[in-house]
Design a protein around this ligand. Structure first.
Ligand code: A2R
Ligand code: GDD
Length: 320
């Protein structure tokens, strides 16, 4: 079976390549020309690459016609909620136009691969802010531009499924973390700051934003395992939550990171790190994913945080 991973130059790409290569998949991974794909598994993996900008529909068609994938994992995106407030048009172009370009390229190439659209828990927005975990039947109320673009992707996927009989599954991924994630996201940021402090590379102060929000964090290795399982066992036309099923406050994650770093650290709030709107509580109900695929998360939050602090400690840019 041939997998095409689009947008593999980002955080999740290398992990998904490792996951698929450890199974029966042959993998082609696309990236932007300036990017390098990073593999963190330590295992030898063999895959091919192609440069691809999803804003160029013809270029997508060329890759499809030459590779003829059985399954496409669409990771490419402007993935930062914070940046989407600052660059709404860019976010809409990449996340909406890019997804339409992909669907049109597949449709007109007359191929019928399964497509996994990677969406976000952010799509639920205010609708997730309720006492119980949010399941896929809840009507989303997105609260930022990024979330709206991902919900649009989900709706366009459903439309192409119904209109053209395409085989599309949409994932709503809750927060995922792991070595290699950029410090524009909260856990990578706090772990990097804590690692630098514990190595005496900066003053002992961590700068933070809104610590009261509760989010559902999962190790990226568990997340990509769910994507692989959904590509084989997920039901066409359906949306699936992927997350741990347990939300924690950003405050408690921060305290755990400080404890694991072993350093004495002061915490200071930085107004720049707060967002115009931040949904207080987002927690996944993953009953549907577990029932249809048998997936269970294997890596706990403390293990994940330890590996991320270690990653930053061993980063050449911090060691020097
Ligand atoms: O923005 P960059 O330079 O970091 O590149 C990102 C890339 N990308 C594109 N690829 C092809 N054509 C484009 N026009 C284009 N614009 C951006 O997609 C980046 O290398 C990749 C997405 O990776 P990350 O931003 O690291 O996201 P991550 O954490 O790997 O998440 C994968 C998916 C995304 O759809 C998220 O929205 C979702 O999971 O949570
Ligand atoms: N980035 C950041 N930096 N976030 C902070 C900080 C800080 O210093 N302090 C508190 N936070 C809070 C944010 O306000 C938010 O409530 C939470 O930490 C998580 O923020 P991020 O890690 O930036 O992630 P996100 O939830 O906005 O988006 C990530 O998860 C989504 C899935 O839920 C991204 O990976 C998205 O691509 C993904 O779809």
């Amino acid at each position: 079976m041939k997998a095409l991973i689009i947008g593999a130059g980002g955080f999740v790409g290398g992990y998904l390549i490792s996951e698929l290569c450890s199974g029966e998949w042959e993998v082609c991974a696309t990236k932007l020309p300036h990017e390098r794909i990073s593999i963190f598994s330590g295992r030898e993996v063999s895959y091919s690459t192609a440069d691809l900008d999803i804003l160029d529909e013809n270029a997508i068609r060329e890759v499809l016609n030459s590779y003829k994938p059985d399954c496409i994992f669409h990771l490419a995106a402007q993935s930062s909620v914070a940046l989407s407030w600052k660059k709404p048009a860019l976010t809409a172009d990449i996340n909406i136009k890019g997804c339409i370009n992909l669907l049109e390229a597949v449709r007109t190439a007359e191929l019928s691969p399964r497509i996994l659209f990677i969406g976000s828990s952010e799509e639920y927005g205010y609708a997730a802010n309720r006492p119980e975990p949010v399941d896929e039947t809840v009507k989303p109320e997105p609260a930022n531009i990024y979330a709206i673009t991902k919900l649009t992707q989900n709706m366009i996927g459903e439309l192409y499924c119904k209109a053209y009989g395409m085989d599309i599954i949409s994932v709503r991924a809750f927060n995922h973390i792991g070595p290699g994630q950029l410090p524009q996201f909260v856990v990578a940021d706090f772990c990097k700051q804590a690692a630098e402090i514990s190595m005496g590379k900066r003053e002992p102060v961590i700068y933070v934003g809104n610590l009261s929000a509760k989010r559902d964090f999962t190790d990226v290795r568990d997340i990509v395992r769910a994507y692989a399982m959904l590509s084989e066992k997920g039901k066409s036309g359906e949306t699936y939550n992927v997350g741990s099923g347990r939300a924690v406050t950003i405050q408690s994650v921060l305290l755990k990171i400080i404890e694991l770093s072993g350093a004495e650290i002061r915490v200071e709030t930085d107004k720049e790190r707060f967002r115009p709107v931040d949904v207080p509580f987002i927690e996944a109900d993953v009953t549907k994913l577990k029932k249809d695929t048998g997936w269970e998360p294997k890596i706990g939050l403390t293990t994940a945080l330890s590996s991320i602090i270690e990653y930053w400690r061993s980063c050449p840019e911090i060691k020097k």
